[in-house]
Design a protein around this ligand. Structure first.
Ligand code: ZN
Ligand code: ZN
Length: 293
């Protein structure tokens, strides 16, 4: 009995910051079904867990959900939420792309959905011919895109990326800013030191100020932490986020079930080191500040 209650206390303690609201399944480009993701989350002691399939786009891609599958996405979520209601709090969301003023998280189509949360992200930029290209890619692919689609104008790409993020912030329709500076990893890989230039820093300051003014949550995206050694946003921005009073949520952006907890403890430790005492978590459907353990 003593060991049982001790075990319960340990599990409860483990679950305090064991949450994730950025996860993909076979409804988009995740590598397994929603049920497997939930079972892994329970096995790891997660207290709450949210799905965020890539929202449908007006054209076919290999990584977004088809519009025709949206109803099934909700049905499967409701089924799992009911089955596992005593073991984990499940939430449904979407990761919605900003493309331009017509296609973005503020669209009525997304606002009318009964979602628990929404992530706003920029993965695609319109190139010099007006075609959308995916800049959330490897360094090698990014170098090709820079050369073939943007005539090597890296400054133009940076301004376009930040402009799109700023427009998304202005238009709204989402709660969490997804991997909010991710393109800069590729930028610095092809053009070392670029993101530290004064004009980029001024853009970033303005960008984070706008995020704070509008009251969005920023995710600390841990997906590439073990592969690339960085969070998104990069840790150098944590003090600025704290100073601006921006609440943060730690998300693994998992596409594989065994990676749902990847980089979480490192992110929580980094937040604490930089002065953060709390992270945001969903409790009974409401975002609350929870102490970092
Ligand atoms: Zn994303
Ligand atoms: Zn994602």
């Amino acid at each position: 009995m003593f060991f049982l209650s001790l075990h319960k206390r340990i599990v409860k303690k483990m679950g305090i910051n064991l949450t994730n609201y950025h996860c993909h399944s076979i409804f988009c480009d995740g590598r397994t079904d929603m049920k497997t993701m939930v079972r892994f989350a329970i096995a790891k002691g997660f207290s709450s867990f949210g799905f965020s399939s890539h929202a449908p786009l007006p054209f076919q891609t290999t990584w977004t959900m088809d519009k025709g599958d949206v109803a099934d996405y909700f049905t499967e979520f409701k089924r799992l939420k009911d089955i596992y209601k005593d073991r984990i709090a499940l939430y449904i969301g979407l990761e919605i792309d900003y493309l331009d003023h017509r296609q973005n998280p503020s669209m009525k189509y997304f606002r009318d959905m009964h979602l628990d949360f929404r992530i706003g992200s920029v993965h695609l930029l319109s190139d010099l011919d007006g075609n959308f290209v995916d800049i959330d890619c490897s360094v090698e692919r990014f170098r090709e895109i820079l050369f073939n689609h943007f005539n090597n104008h890296i400054d133009f790409m940076i301004r376009l990326y930040i402009n799109n993020l700023m427009s998304m912030i202005e238009l709204g329709g989402f709660d969490i800013l997804g991997h909010c500076d991710k393109m800069f990893y590729n930028v610095d890989a092809v053009c070392p030191g670029k993101s530290s230039e004064g004009w980029v820093q001024r853009l970033m300051n303005h960008y984070f100020l706008k995020i704070a003014e509008k009251g969005y949550l920023v995710e600390i995206n841990t997906k590439k932490y073990h592969e690339l050694g960085t969070f998104f946003p990069r840790e150098k921005y944590f003090p600025m986020l704290l100073e601006l009073g921006i609440p943060v949520v730690v998300n693994s952006d998992a596409h594989y079930p065994d990676l749902i907890n990847d980089g979480r403890f490192e992110a929580l430790a980094a937040l604490k080191k930089n002065g953060y005492e709390t992270v945001r978590q969903l409790q009974d459907g409401v975002w609350r500040d929870v102490m970092i353990e």
